[in-house]
Design a binder for this molecule. Structure first.
Ligand code: NAP
Length: 479
């Protein structure tokens, strides 16, 4: 216990000694205490915002290609330390090591990708109605961005906020989740090593109630880029409203997987199973429920139940061959268990699983398939965020889409069919930010990850995600 690392907030280019309370970070697979991290107060948040604000004009005045060089250097350093970062993520978050390595590699790729935009950020020149006038649209940084992070892909999400922010000339203050801050401090160490100018990137760790709220209600923050739950997104939006601060919200999902009567069932089974157990079901865009056509329902249910039941799970550090680790904490385990109990009370039948796993330690839940589900059940409407797949039988594509569009979330969806016209019809009718045909998550760096309805405002990735971090300055120039 005495040898555990004690991390410090990173403000104005320095790890600053913290004098007040610390939070202990736990390993969800075995309960070990991994580190102590600051539980910061409003004063430290204000110091970080001040540092970011002071640093921003000079940072923005540099050529974008020079800003991008820092991102490339960080990416290079990440690639030199893949195993080390993957272990830090696995220990505090519980995902299997192979997935943690994917996350680390993807993070490095993301930094390089966003850096590659340095020579492609474009304004516009528009013809005027007036003689001798040109209309210029300049694309400029917003100023200081606050990045508030969840715990499920904590390392990647640092890059998803900071890379587009920095290459477009903003500075940033990051608040990691209290559950998974260690990887953020290790990432920050790299920034320190590549000599990023002071104040450009700052980290303040502490609770959402204190640090998150102070960031969201600050008038010196020009955009809050938040990834997390709908409930917190709504609180952040209210706080931001006071100062009319721009929000970019990447919130929860309830991704429906629609399996049609002409689907390749084996493909659908393997894709949906992989999606549902990836990161123990704790992914915003993984299949959260299935609408299966009555004609193929028996075969699909039998095969997906067998596939889910065969999932190997346990402590990712003890067995590198497992497919699934624990849930991130006890309260998430309890939430999943209680949603399943509620579904059974509402009439769902258990095809497999439906119990807290009988393991020596860790927050493990059995991979679960529930059938006989219908649209009124809580489990068919609320995000589960665990390895539980509820299934409803439908009689047509139109019925599935009507159900899918009635959900309060609109992040991602998937459709399994071998017919191009059914696929195109689904694309036309689905009111979702993202749809996968004959596959499940994940999204691509160059795509655009965004939700409709309560799944968020704005989006991330690609050109459109990059431009979220800019504002337009229009100039009317009369000769
Ligand atoms: P969460 O509970 O909403 O927390 C997210 C972050 O917000 C944490 O850093 C949290 O701080 C902070 N926070 C809490 N209360 C706050 C407040 N009043 N003001 C400002 N910040 C506050 O979400 P989570 O449980 O970490 O993450 C899971 C959720 O994220 C799921 O719903 C998932 O679908 C969603 N997600 C969405 C995407 C996407 O791209 N759409 C991607 C990943 C995850 P603490 O340290 O106190 O927790």
């Amino acid at each position: 216990m005495s040898n555990i690392p004690v991390y410090q907030n990173y403000i104005n280019g320095q790890f600053v000694q913290h004098s007040a309370n610390y939070i202990e970070v736990m390993n969800p697979a075995n309960g070990d205490v991994l580190s102590k991290v600051p539980s910061a107060d409003k004063v430290e948040v204000e110091q970080a915002i001040h540092a970011a604000k002071q640093a921003q004009p000079e940072w923005a005045s540099r050529p974008a290609i020079e800003r991008a060089q820092y991102l490339h250097k960080i990416a290079e350093k990440i690639r030199q330390n893949i195993d080390r970062f993957a272990l830090v993520i696995t220990q505090e978050q519980g995902k299997v090591l192979s997935l943690a390595k994917v996350e680390v590699n993807f993070t490095a790729d993301y930094l390089d990708y966003m850096a590659s935009w340095a020579r492609h950020i474009e304004g516009e020149i528009i013809t005027s109605d007036r003689k001798g006038e040109n209309i210029f649209l300049f694309r400029k940084p917003l100023g200081v961005v606050a990045g508030i992070l969840p715990w499920n892909f904590p390392f990647f999400l640092i890059a998803r906020k900071m890379a587009p922010a920095l290459v477009t000339g903003n500075t940033i203050v990051i608040k990691p989740s209290e559950e998974t801050p260690n990887n953020c401090f290790e990432f920050t160490q790299l920034l320190d090593e590549v000599g990023l100018p002071k104040g450009v990137f700052n980290v303040v760790c502490g609770s959402g109630r204190n640090v998150g709220q102070a960031l969201s209600s600050s008038e010196d923050i020009n955009m809050i880029s938040f990834t997390g739950s709908v409930e917190t997104g709504s609180v952040i939006m209210s706080a931001a409203a006071k100062n009319i601060t721009k929000v970019n919200l990447e919130l929860g999902g309830k991704a429906p997987a629609i399996v049609l009567d002409d689907a390749d069932i084996d493909l659908a089974v393997s894709a949906i199973k992989a999606s549902r157990i990836t990161n123990t079901g704790q992914v915003c865009n993984c299949a959260e429920l299935v609408y299966v056509h009555a004609k193929v329902a028996d075969e699909f249910i039998r095969k997906i139940s067998d596939a889910m039941a065969s999932t190997r799970y346990g402590d990712p550090q003890l067995d590198p061959d497992i497919e699934m680790g624990p849930l991130v904490n006890k309260s998430c385990l309890n939430k999943v268990a209680s949603m399943v109990e509620q579904a059974i009370a509402e009439g769902a039948k258990v095809a497999t699983g439906a119990k807290v796993a009988d393991t020596d330690s860790g927050y493990h839940y059995q991979p679960t398939v529930l059938v006989n589900c219908h649209a009124d059940m809580e489990i068919m409407r609320k995000e589960i965020f665990g390895p539980v797949l509820p299934i409803q039988i439908v009689s047509s594509l139109e019925e599935a889409i009507e159900l899918a569009n009635s959900l309060e979330y609109g992040l991602t969806s998937s459709v399994y069919t071998q017919s191009l016209s059914q696929a195109m019809r689904a694309i036309e009718l689905l009111n979702y930010g993202e749809t996968y045909i004959n596959r499940e998550n994940f999204e691509a760096i160059q795509g655009f990850h965004a939700g409709t309805r309560k799944s968020g405002i704005g989006g991330a990735d690609g050109k459109h995600g990059l431009y979220e971090f800019t504002q337009t300055h229009v100039v009317y120039m009369q000769n």
